[in-house]
Design a binder for this molecule. Structure first.
Ligand SMILES: C[S@@+](CC[C@H](N)C(=O)[O-])C[C@H]1O[C@@H](n2cnc3c(N)ncnc32)[C@H](O)[C@@H]1O
Length: 232
């Protein structure tokens, strides 16, 4: 197994350059969690984008921001460290770069955005408060950030099963967690553990407040229909 640390910029970038094709293949599956649960919930929160500008941070191959442009967004910029992008369509710009360092992304210094999604990518920010403050500084007056991430109980449950401990113990354990990704078992990612209050305090520290929170999950009927729930 190759272990890459998400805490190290270069190692995480390298991991994602290798993982990107596996991730996108898994995500494109008809029964992927992204298609069945995550993207519909994310799309709902992003809302009507007609005439708006969108900055998708950690955009993967850029297909989601391209879809927002198809849905009427006036401009869509996607930033991802992997550089594994679809062919950009008119109105969509895809930039290889680090979401931890938005100030250094070429051509974005003076731009403002109405929607700034971090979709399953915020966990890779080197300094989460700094990343949120930078994103906040790029918002229009009525703009907002949409942040989605893995419910920390999922990782706590995995660690409890692996370590023979309890969910409660693992939920409150501080430190890092290294796991083989479901997209390529030969590549491991390391993440900082966090609780829901850690996450909420990160928003407060960045001067943000929460307007709406959702906990989407796989419905019984969907799980039965697709038999398995797959990550991606
Ligand atoms: C779980 S995927 C989510 C992709 C996409 N947002 C989606 O919802 O399908 C995480 C993404 O974050 C990107 N990523 C990881 N670290 C990053 C960094 N430091 N800067 C920019 N993108 C990063 C990865 O390359 C990957 O595309």
């Amino acid at each position: 197994m190759t272990a890459f640390s998400a805490g190290s910029e270069r190692a995480s970038g390298q991991a994602w350059r290798e993982l990107a094709p596996n991730y996108e293949r898994a995500r494109a599956r008809e029964d992927s969690l992204d298609r069945r649960v995550e993207w519909p919930a994310q799309r709902d929160v992003i809302g009507d984008v007609t005439g708006l500008s969108v900055l998708d941070l950690g955009c993967g191959n850029g297909a989601k921001v391209a879809e927002l442009v198809d849905d009427g967004a006036a401009a869509g910029v996607g930033v991802d460290i992997s550089g594994n992008f679809i062919e950009p369509r008119p109105g969509t710009e895809l930039v290889q770069g680090d979401l931890s360092d938005l100030g250094r992304l070429p051509g974005l210094e003076d731009r403002r955005f109405d929607r700034v999604p971090f979709l399953q990518s915020f966990g890779y920010a080197k300094d989460p408060v700094h990343a949120l403050r930078s994103a906040r500084s790029m918002l229009t007056e009525d703009g907002f950030i949409v942040l989605t991430g893995t419910q920390p109980i999922r990782y706590a449950r995995e660690r409890a099963e692996k370590n023979g401990t309890t969910l409660g113990e693992e939920y409150f354990t501080q430190g890092t967690y290294t796991y083989a990704t479901g997209w390529n078992q030969n590549i491991a990612l390391t993440k900082n553990t966090y609780t829901m209050s850690d996450l909420l305090n990160t928003f407060s520290a960045a001067g943000l407040w929460i307007d709406r929170a959702l906990e989407p999950h796989l419905l019984e009927e969907t799980a039965r229909r697709y038999r398995t729930s797959r990550s991606g």
